[in-house]
Every structure is written in C-alpha cells, then in structure tokens.
Design a protein around this ligand. Structure first.
Ligand SMILES: *Cc1c(COP(=O)(O)O)cnc(C)c1O
Length: 296
C-alpha cells in the first residue's frame, strides 16, 4: 500500500492510499491478470487449443493475453478493430508487442468488429480457429469477475471509499462483490456514455457503488494537456507511473473530488492501480506527432 500525501489532501483531511495491483505480474499487468487468471485455467484444464479475443489498437487486454499465452505456451489470436492497421503493425507498440509474443493478429473492419458478441459471427471464427476458447473484448465475463474479486483483501476493510477506473465494468463488479456493504465503490469511466450501468448490474451482487462520469476527458483514450501535466507531476512527486487511458483519469478525479468536497472530509480512500502502463509508448507517439507534452 502506498500513501499519497499532498499538502492539500492533508489540509482537507482526506487519506488516500494506492494499491499497486499493477505490480502483480511483469507483463500481464494489473486487472488484466486478474481477469485472465480463471479463464486461462479453464482453457488449460479443458484442453482448448488456444485463446481468441478482441481489442483495439492500444488494448491492454490484447497485450496481456498475448503475454500470458506466450508464458503458458498457449496459442493466441487477436481480432483487431480496424483493417487499416494491418500494414502499420510496426508503428504500433501494442500490436508489435502482441505479435512478438506470438499472437496471431486478424484485422477486421469496424462493421465486422461490431459483431464481436454475435453468436453467428463467433461460430464462423471458430471454423477458422477450431477449439479455441473465446474471451470477450476487455476480457470481461463471469470468470473475470471471479478473478477481480481477489483484488481486495481483508486488510482493505479499513477503507471506506474504494476507487477504480472503469472500461467494460468487470473490474468494478469484482470489487463490489468482495467489498463490505459499508464501503462505497466509486468507478471512474474512461469512456463517454455506454451501457456501463447495465453491464455492472449484470455481475454485481451489491448496490454500494456509483459511477462518476465527469472524468473521461472527452472519451476513450482521449487526453488533454491538463491530464498529461497532472500525471507527470504525480509521477515526479510520488514515483508512481499512471497510464493515460485509465488510472490517470481516476486519480485526477479523486484529487478533484477531494478539492470539491465530493469525497468528504475524513474519508479513507483506497485507489486501485489497475496497470495499463504498456499504453504509454503508443500514446506518446501520438502526442509527439501533435507536438504536445509527452508522458515522462
Ligand atoms: C482494462 C482496464 C481497466 C478497465 O477494466 P474493466 O474491467 O474493463 O472495467 C482499468 N484500468 C486499466 C489499467 C485497464 O487496462
């Protein structure tokens, strides 16, 4: 547990701690490790021939699945959103990395990608990749939630507020299920709108949670100079790197909510660092092209 002490937080008497779950594994980082754990066990014990999953160009889930497949010697296939990327793999650090781990990348158009949960489409994929175990985009399914229920432990019972970044909602569902009813779980969506509430309700067994939607910075993988400056300052001060897509937005939101009193005085806050640091390289390339401040 790392203590995040700022003069401002101390003045406002808010205690913020960070759970460095991103250190759980060197390549299968943070919540993606939690989400893959029981899925990989199932694929192994039931003798599936490989893992097939879905993701975008900078997907932490794609990188983690590729790394896990390499470590366990399980073939992996990534169905990647965007045909135009096929000729640009070496310019994309995430895809380049996934391929170097042995993942077979299949690029599909955005309209085909939209069928990613359609049973008829999945059936055609299984004709090409017979006996592969399919994991949905972002890795969220019932076994992933089970893995995420292991993030919180008994020593975390002393916190009253638990914060995490939200993509598909699997991670927060696991946190909700393993929290005390008296604890409040606050999710910071990294994307605009979506059907997150519904998705979380599908898996969550308690109602002690809220989504704070004001910190998506324009949408998924969108950043501005305020966010980059914040995360660079955070790293310099606390020696903890944040990722631009998820954890930086959560931490920015926590600091803002303490300032504005939305997180009350005397709160004991635990922020979950879910990982995602592999995405920094790709984001920096984009920032450099736009001649903006990069992530240190
Ligand atoms: C994928 C991811 C999330 C979101 O997890 P969900 O279970 O999809 O909500 C949060 N943080 C990081 C670093 C991630 O890579």
């Amino acid at each position: 547990m790392l203590s995040i002490k700022t003069l401002e937080n101390i003045r406002l008497n808010a205690q913020v701690s960070l759970k460095p779950d991103y250190l759980i594994h060197p390549t299968v980082s943070g919540n993606k490790y939690r989400k893959l754990k029981y899925n990989l066990q199932k694929a192994q014990s039931e003798n599936y021939k490989g893992i097939l999953t879905f993701g975008g160009a900078f997907s932490n889930h794609i990188a983690a699945t590729a790394a896990a497949g390499q470590a366990l010697n399980i073939p992996t296939v990534g169905i990647i959103r965007g045909e135009e990327l096929a000729s640009k793999i070496e310019l994309n650090s995430t895809l380049n990395y996934a391929q170097s781990c042995g993942m077979q990348l299949e690029f599909v158009s955005r309209s085909v990608y939209k069928q990613k949960t359609d049973p008829a489409y999945l059936k055609t994929l299984l004709e090409s990749f017979e006996d592969f175990y399919i994991i949905p985009e972002g890795g969220t399914n019932a076994l992933a939630i089970k893995g995420c229920e292991e993030i919180l432990t008994e020593e975390d019972h002393t916190f009253d507020t638990i914060c995490c970044a939200v993509g598909t909602g699997g991670t927060i569902a696991g946190l909700i299920n393993s929290s005390l009813p008296t604890q409040k779980i606050i999710g910071f969506p990294a994307l605009k709108g979506g059907f997150l509430n519904e998705d979380i309700c599908k898996f969550a067994t308690q109602s002690n949670w809220e989504l704070w939607e004001a910190y998506h910075f324009g949408g998924y993988a969108k950043v501005d100079s305020k966010l980059i400056t914040f995360m660079n300052h955070f790293k310099t001060t606390f020696k903890i790197p944040l990722d631009p897509v998820y954890t930086a937005k959560m931490m920015y939101g926590i600091f803002d909510a303490i300032q504005t009193g939305k997180i009350p005085k005397d709160a004991k806050v635990l922020a979950i660092h879910t990982g995602g640091l592999q995405g920094i390289e790709g984001m920096n390339l984009r920032l450099k092209q736009k001649q903006l401040e990069t992530i240190i």
